[in-house]
Design a protein around this ligand. Structure first.
Ligand code: GUN
Length: 299
């Protein structure tokens, strides 16, 4: 019987630990962890994500600040806001929701966030620390860090001897995920849209991580019997069975058929998704501890 990995439950245990750590920090220093989330424009999916991030930050006892900027915001206005947040001692974490509207250049904005406040783990310094195997002093990208906790819930901390395949090579997910798996001693293949015979590459994986953004692309015959499958995709597809004009969320993996082959699999929704927000809270409480000269908790 396949194990359906419960990301919601794991995320709740992380946010419980974050809330406790935030409370202890406030008792010791009189300061709350501060998280600023910046969103530009009107994309409804981005607004939904950002609202849940801000809400969870409040639930964790943080000082939660949301900056909602209009679509026509200029590069300079956004850069000025980041500079203000960098200089604000009550803010320990800054997240600029991506993607930004097309007329804005996201890279200089993301790289202008102070690395110690970069709770997305996207700065060159934080990405570089992960690349050289320093998992202690930087901040890790939230979705891969969360996916890794789910992998560890199945396989433990040491992945020696296991083959891991990551499909997708983005800076936000694929690259850091590959580094985390490698750091845990897995033998890692980074697959992507130019990989030849993707299906057979995937079939070699004891741990298969899919982050391609294509609904239900990974089929049962891509999955090695007994594998652990981590589905990072969130795709909205039409669901006429629920009524006219209705839709539903699916991952990058064809869940039903893959479940018949895998030993463990994450569902969509309720798998990796809730872990991303939980790890954002974890990064913020870690950043706040460091800024206030306290030993940071680990997750
Ligand atoms: N858009 C989708 N996922 C993310 C994320 O993890 N961080 C940011 N900043 N934007 C996103």
């Amino acid at each position: 019987m396949v194990v359906v990995i419960d990301g919601k439950a794991k995320a709740a245990s992380v946010t419980d630990a974050v809330r406790d750590a935030a409370e202890r920090l406030e008792n010791e220093t009189g300061k709350k962890p501060g998280l600023a989330v910046v969103i530009v424009g009107d994309d409804p999916a981005s607004h939904a994500y950002v609202n849940s991030k801000s809400k969870m930050a409040k639930q964790c006892g943080f000082n939660s600040v949301q900056h909602t900027l209009p679509e026509e915001t200029t590069q300079q206005e956004l850069a000025t806001l980041v500079a203000t947040l960098n200089a604000d001692a009550s803010i320990h974490g800054i997240l600029v929701q991506l993607p930004l509207p097309k007329h804005l250049d996201s890279d200089p904005i993301i790289q202008s966030i102070l690395p110690e406040k970069d709770v997305d783990g996207l700065s060159v310094l934080n990405a570089g620390k992960l690349a050289v195997g320093d998992l202690k002093t930087g901040l890790l990208s939230c979705t891969p860090a969360g996916a890794m906790l789910l992998v560890r819930s199945i396989h433990g901390d040491d992945l020696s001897g296991l083959n891991a395949v990551v499909i997708g090579r983005s800076n936000l997910f694929g690259k850091p995920m590959g580094q985390l798996l490698l750091n845990a001693n897995a033998t890692v293949t980074m697959a992507h849209s130019r990989t030849r015979d993707l299906a057979s590459v995937c079939k070699s994986a004891d741990i298969l991580v899919a982050a391609v953004g294509r609904a239900q692309m990974v089929k049962a015959d891509w999955v090695k019997p007994g594998a652990t499958v981590i589905d990072v995709g969130i795709n909205r597809i039409p669901a006429p069975e629920k009524g006219e004009g209705k839709s539903r969320l699916v991952g990058d993996v064809a869940f039903e058929e893959a479940s018949a082959v895998a030993a463990a699999i994450t569902p969509v929704p309720g798998g990796v998704g809730p872990m991303t927000i939980a790890m954002l809270m974890a990064n913020t409480v870690i950043a706040a501890h460091r800024a206030l000269g306290k030993d940071a908790p680990t997750f």
